[in-house]
Each structure stands twice: as structure tokens, then as C-alpha cells.
Design a protein around this ligand. Sequence first.
Ligand SMILES: Cc1cc2nc3c(=O)[nH]c(=O)nc-3n(C[C@H](O)[C@H](O)[C@H](O)COP(=O)(O)O)c2cc1C
Length: 196
Amino acid sequence: MTDPIRKPRLDGLLDYLLTRRSLSSTKLTGPGPNDAELELILRAATRVPDHGKLAPWRIQVVRGEAQHTLGKRWAEIFRRDNPAASDELIESEAKRPARAPLLLIVSTRIENVQRIPRFEQVLSGAAVCLNAIHAANALGYFAAWNTGWPAYHADVKAGLQIPESDEIVGLIYIGSATQPTDERSRPALEDVVSYL
Ligand SMILES: Cc1cc2nc3c(=O)[nH]c(=O)nc-3n(C[C@H](O)[C@H](O)[C@H](O)COP(=O)(O)O)c2cc1C
């Protein structure tokens, strides 16, 4: 019989959380999630804390040809803003959206309701990003949460039909690993935690 007060321990989940690592988007490769896996990732990503049930975020799925089309657009913007940039750099910008087989562009769609501050809606968007990463990891993929200049560029937002007053909170890259992840140091608890 299930205990109505305590949930069963999820030791596997705790192990995962205590060892989770991102893999740099530049170290991701194929294969990426198939359609059924993508749906699971999207369902997990949209099951996040969301004050006021506003769903104040949007996810754009970018795969295959769409990654190259988007890369061309971003490279044009980059070249216009950086006329002295080398062809090599422009080429690497053109490849940016295709660093992994799957790119999720997570943005806010802020609802102007008085009772829920904008900040809280942005935080919910951040939760979407992390849940997508957790779900991808659960399916055996590696993932990276990036932003970089495109996330803050008005023309990039316009090209994605994201209102300028909204935020791109994450470019979430998902794929397989070209190399193993190494450990990254973490803050000592006493440096970041205090007890009142
Ligand atoms: C909002 C946000 C934006 C980020 N943007 C970048 C980025 O553009 N490039 C990058 O190398 N890491 C970026 N990071 C950091 C990585 O996603 C990752 O957290 C970091 O490499 C640490 O790895 P870990 O997730 O294994 O702790 C960003 C993180 C956050 C929260």
C-alpha cells in the first residue's frame, strides 16, 4: 500500500542530481532524441513551477534544415555587427544553432498580470530549461544550457518572433557526447548556505 504521507525514496534521482554535469555544446554530436523522446522532453520541460498557471514561456524546436537556415541568419547579423570578423568566425556563427542534433530555444512570454511579477515568470522559464536538461539526461542524452550574444540580440528575437520585451532564457542543446564529461568544482556548502 502506498504511504499517503511520504513518497518512496528516489535514490536514482538523487544520485543523478548529485553528479549531474552539462557537456559543452561544442562537444555534442548525434544521435539526438527521436520524435517520441522529444515529446517526453517537452512534456517534462513544461511541467514546472509556474506561479498563477500562466505558462509564461515558449519553446521553439530547431532541428535539421531549420538549424542551418537559422545559422545563416545569425551569421548575417553577426557579420553586419562585426564587419572585421574573419570568415572562420562567421562560419562558426553559422554553425552555432547546429552544435547538437537538437536545439530548444526557450523564451519567456510574459503575461502582464499584476499579481505575478515579471521576475517570477522569468524564473519559471529557467525551470523549463533545467527540466528539459534533466529529461534529456534521463533518456541518456547530454545537454548544454547556453545563451551567448544571440539570446540578447533584438534582430535574433525579431527573426524568431519573440517580442523584444521578452527574454530568450536558454538555448538548450541536446545530443550525444564526443567525449566524457569531467568533474567541475562546486562551491563548498558553507560558502553559500547559512542557517538562521
Ligand atoms: C542562463 C545560463 C546561460 C549560460 N550560457 C552559457 C553559454 O553561453 N556558454 C557556456 O559555455 N555556458 C553557459 N552556461 C553554463 C553552462 O550551462 C553550465 O551550467 C556550466 O558549463 C556548468 O556545467 P554544469 O551544468 O555541469 O554545472 C550558462 C548557464 C546558464 C544558467
